[in-house]
Ligand binder design. Structure first.
Ligand SMILES: N[C@@H](CCC(=O)N[C@@H](CS)C(=O)NCC(=O)O)C(=O)O
Length: 224
């Protein structure tokens, strides 16, 4: 059943503006692997390329990445929007969006849950550790609590599900696993002790992240 209109397949490869190993860019790069779409990574210097007048005028006025440039020069920003677009390019909309209207709703729901309830607070935990954001102990404690709450919901769902929706990887798993990636891999975040409280989420993450399309984009996920 075709639920989502497929986007036109580009002949000239699309370009994804991003810095190396970004988990937001990985969402669309994994989707591209799974639907058989080619995406090029043009030379990019974080903080320089994305602040040029040309980038701000034509690619993303927010000066942020990732940005997907189509073969005709039009651009899409916001990593989930880019991932949705790429996922629809394969021609088989069922592949990453499930096989029913219910599945599609669930895929969209889990994309939003993992973005709002996990990725948002996880950034406030991980980015100060990576030195990207300033340290603020009170904010980090609140972020950790919020991540635990978000993960508790995921953990319960994954007690009886291998994947978030249906029996195969969907875009929900791609977005969720990319969002979880820094938590499971940045030292001091989801460490062995933390993981004991989330066995289903840990099993889910390792199951999905070790699949070839994920490994090709994200590399070896060494748990922290
Ligand atoms: N919600 C956006 C977040 C984009 C974002 O914050 N990108 C960061 C890198 S992860 C960025 O480009 N920052 C540059 C800046 O803020 O100047 C998405 O999912 O694409």
């Amino acid at each position: 059943m075709i639920l989502v209109p497929s986007a036109k397949r580009c002949i000239t490869p699309m370009k994804l503006y991003t810095y190396p190993n970004g988990k937001n860019a990985a969402k669309s790069l994994v989707a591209a692997q799974l639907v058989g779409v080619k995406i090029e990574l043009p030379p990019f210097q974080m903080g320089v390329t994305n602040k040029t007048p040309e980038f701000l005028a034509k690619k993303n006025p927010h000066g942020k990445v990732p940005v997907l440039e189509l073969d005709d020069g039009r651009c899409i920003f916001e990593s989930n929007a880019i991932a949705r677009y790429v996922a629809r390019l394969g021609g088989d909309s069922a592949k990453l969006f499930g096989t029913s209207t219910w599945d599609l709703g669930q895929v969209e729901m889990w994309i939003d849950v993992s973005t709002n309830e996990i990725d948002a607070p996880l950034n406030s935990w991980v980015l100060p550790i990576k030195g990207v954001w300033p340290k603020d102990a009170a904010k980090e404690k609140a972020a950790q609590e919020a991540v635990r709450k978000g993960l508790a919901v995921l953990e319960k769902h994954l007690m009886t599900h291998t994947y978030l929706v249906g029996d195969t990887v969907t875009l929900a798993d791609i977005v969720c696993v990319c969002n979880l990636f820094p938590g499971f891999t940045v030292p001091g975040v989801f460490d062995a002790n933390f993981r004991k409280g989330f066995p289903n989420t840990t099993r889910y993450f390792t199951t999905v992240v070790n699949q070839p399309a994920f490994k090709k984009v994200l590399g070896e996920a060494k748990l922290c």
